[in-house]
Ligand binder design. Structure first.
Ligand code: SF4
Length: 278
């Protein structure tokens, strides 16, 4: 696909609402939906965040999204391109937008019309699960046939590392309590964990142990409720961030080792979920 032809030549930080990219994690063409074309809006302040400061006058609306997304998906179909996924991501936490529920329904309808094989994905830090209405929207959307794939950020196992790597004011226990409640209602989801150095420091051993316990407990709860964790995606820092060099990449072996430790834990506990490195 001529990437850009379908995104009116804007970048995500230049006000694009729809931005097609070739994604390593999607293993093909991913069409991004950005609910915040005018400014970053997030409930986390991750030091590795790749969104550089920007400001535009472009206002998000579901109608504008619908026009741009249908044009993008139609063009992909005409060019014989396979769209692997349609992904809510963009300049912040998608569930913070009051228009997210309507945007989700619209994207699903367009996916069904133009790219029935494409997954519908939400990349989220999970703070939306603290809101009852958003919790219900996500639970219902994830349960449907060919429904929403939720990629839930779990960067830490302890409050201390969470404070370093996600820098949120929301208490860690409160957030992971919502994750557990979500797992317990039986919708499948994916966990995503960034491993990097923060201020020159690697996640300490007690953090690693707590993360292993927490990821395994979430997978266990989810499986027992009939959902299950599709995958635990472990990834490292590969792109520049505005706060570089506050965070730094770790060697690939560090990521592989973490995945192997979790897989050992899951296997010993008879849990089907598996970790993989991206
Ligand atoms: S949750 Fe995502 S958008 Fe928000 S600060 Fe972290 S990396 Fe950036």
């Amino acid at each position: 696909m001529k990437i850009g032809a379908v995104s009116d030549h804007r970048t995500r930080e230049g006000g694009a609402i729809i931005y097609p990219v070739y994604s390593r994690r999607s293993r093909g063409l991913s069409v991004g939906i950005n609910l915040f074309p005018d400014r970053k809006l997030c409930s986390f302040d991750c030091p590795y965040c790749e969104v550089f400061p920007f400001r535009t006058d472009i206002v998000f609306s579901v109608d504008t999204m619908k026009t741009a997304l249908s044009s993008c998906l139609r063009e992909a179909a005409e060019n014989g391109e396979t769209v692997k996924d349609i992904c809510f991501s963009g300049n912040g936490e998608p569930t913070l937008s009051p228009e997210f529920p309507e945007a989700l329904e619209t994207a699903k309808a367009l996916r069904d019309e133009f790219s029935a094989g494409a997954k519908l994905v939400l990349i989220t830090n999970g703070t939306g699960l603290l809101d009852d209405r958003t919790f219900s929207v996500l639970a219902a959307a994830a349960k449907r046939d060919s429904g929403l794939h939720i990629w839930l950020k779990l960067d830490a196992g302890t409050e201390a590392w969470y404070r370093e790597i996600d820098r949120s004011d929301i208490p860690f226990k409160r957030l992971t309590g919502a994750f557990t409640a979500f797992a317990a209602q039986g919708s499948p989801f994916t966990l995503q964990t960034m491993i990097c150095r923060v201020n020159g420091v690697l996640p300490p051993p007690e953090e690693e142990a707590a993360w292993l316990d927490l990821a395994a407990a979430l997978a266990d709860t989810s499986e027992k409720a009939g959902g299950g964790i599709r995958s635990v995606q472990i990834y490292g820092k590969v792109r520049p961030a505005p706060e570089d060099p506050l965070t730094e990449p770790v060697p690939r072996e560090t990521l592989d080792r973490r995945a192997a430790l979790l897989n050992e834990t899951l296997e010993c506990a008879g849990i089907a979920a598996r970790a993989e490195v991206f």
